[in-house]
Design a protein. Structure first.
Ligand code: UDP
Length: 254
C-alpha cells in the first residue's frame, strides 16, 4: 500500500485469511492511488463464505492472500474480528462500493468496465450509474463468462477498452480466480470481484432492506429470498463454530 493511503487500522487475520481494516473512504483512496500507479491491483469483497472456501481450497486461499485489498463485505467478518480481539471499522460491500466508486470516477475521469452477470444486466447497471453520475465514462460492458475457454477473447476485449477499473460480477470464487489468473494480461490498474452487485443495483435481485442489514440479518434475508443458496450458506454456522474455537488475540497476550 502507498504511503499516505495506509489504513489507520492493521489488517485482521480471520481463520488464516487477511481482511483489511478499511473504511469506504480508505478503499476509494487506495483505488485512486493504484490508478495513478498503474500496474495490476486486485480487490476481493470477502464474507464468511469466502473464508470457509479458503479453508478447503488452497488456490483460492493464495488468491485472497495475494490480493492487494481484501475488504469485509460480510457482517460476519466484523463479528469475528471483534471476537478475536481486533477491529474492522465498517462493512465495505461490493454493492455499496460500486456506486461510490462510480461517483468518484465521474469526478476524476476514471473509466469503468462492467464485466459479468446475466446478459443485459451489466449494461443496465452502466446506464443507471451514468444517470446518477453525469459525465461518468464507461469503458465497456459485457456479460462474458468465467469459462476458461472464453477467457482469451474476453481479456482481449477488456484490454482493448483500456479501463482504469474493472468490476467482475461472476460470483465467488470464480471472479477472484479469474482476476488473479488474467490480471497481468488485462493491464487494468484496479480489478474488483463484486458478486451480485450489478443484480442488486438494477433490482434483478432484491437486496435486504437497510433495517435488515442494520440488525445484521442480511444472510437470513438471502436464505429466504434465494433458498437455493442454502448449501453455500451452511458455511455460516461452520464459520461461527470455527471462530469460536479460535483463541482471542487479547487472551493470548502475556
Ligand atoms: N454469474 C455470471 N456468470 C456465471 C455465474 C454467475 O455472470 O457463470 C453472475 C450472476 O449472474 C450474478 C453473479 O455472478 O450476477 C453472482 O452473484 P452472487 O449473488 O451469487 O454473488 P456471490 O454471493 O457469489 O458473491
Amino acid at each position: 500500500m502507498q504511503p499516505g493511503v495506509t489504513p489507520a487500522l492493521p489488517p485482521v487475520q480471520i481463520l488464516g485469511v487477511r481482511v483489511d481494516a478499511v473504511t469506504y473512504d480508505e478503499a476509494i483512496d487506495l483505488i485512486g492511488s493504484w490508478i495513478q500507479q498503474r500496474g495490476p491491483h486486485q480487490i476481493a469483497t470477502a464474507n464468511p463464505e469466502f473464508v470457509m472456501a479458503a479453508q478447503r481450497d488452497p488456490g483460492f486461499r493464495r488468491v485472497l492472500a495475494a490480493a492487494d485489498l481484501c475488504v469485509a463485505d460480510g457482517v460476519g467478518l466484523l463479528w469475528a474480528a471483534r471476537r478475536l480481539g481486533a477491529t474492522l471499522p465498517e462493512r465495505v460491500t461490493g454493492s455499496d462500493l460500486t456506486p461510490l466508486l462510480a461517483q468518484e470516477a465521474s469526478r476524476r475521469g476514471w473509466r469503468l468496465y462492467l464485466l459479468g452477470a446475466a446478459p443485459g444486466v451489466a449494461e443496465q447497471t452502466a446506464r443507471l450509474l451514468e444517470a446518477q453520475n453525469p459525465g461518468l465514462r464507461i469503458a465497456g460492458v459485457y456479460a462474458g463468462s468465467p469459462a476458461e475457454a472464453e477467457a482469451s477473447a474476453i481479456v482481449q476485449r477488456v484490454a482493448a477498452a483500456r479501463p482504469d477499473v474493472l468490476l467482475v460480477a461472476y460470483g465467488a470464487p470464480a471472479q477472484d480466480l479469474w482476476i488473479a489468473r488474467h490480471g497481468a494480461a488485462l493491464g487494468v490498474p484496479v480489478m474488483m470481484g463484486v458478486g451480485g452487485a450489478f443484480d442488486h443495483l438494477v433490482g434483478v435481485q432484491r437486496r435486504a432492506p437497510a433495517w435488515v442489514q442494520r440488525v445484521h440479518l442480511e444472510w437470513l434475508f438471502r436464505l429466504v429470498t434465494q433458498p437455493w443458496r442454502w448449501r453455500r450458506q451452511l458455511a455460516l454456522p461452520r464459520f461461527v463454530w470455527a471462530v469460536l474455537r479460535q483463541p482471542r488475540a487479547v487472551e493470548t497476550r502475556p
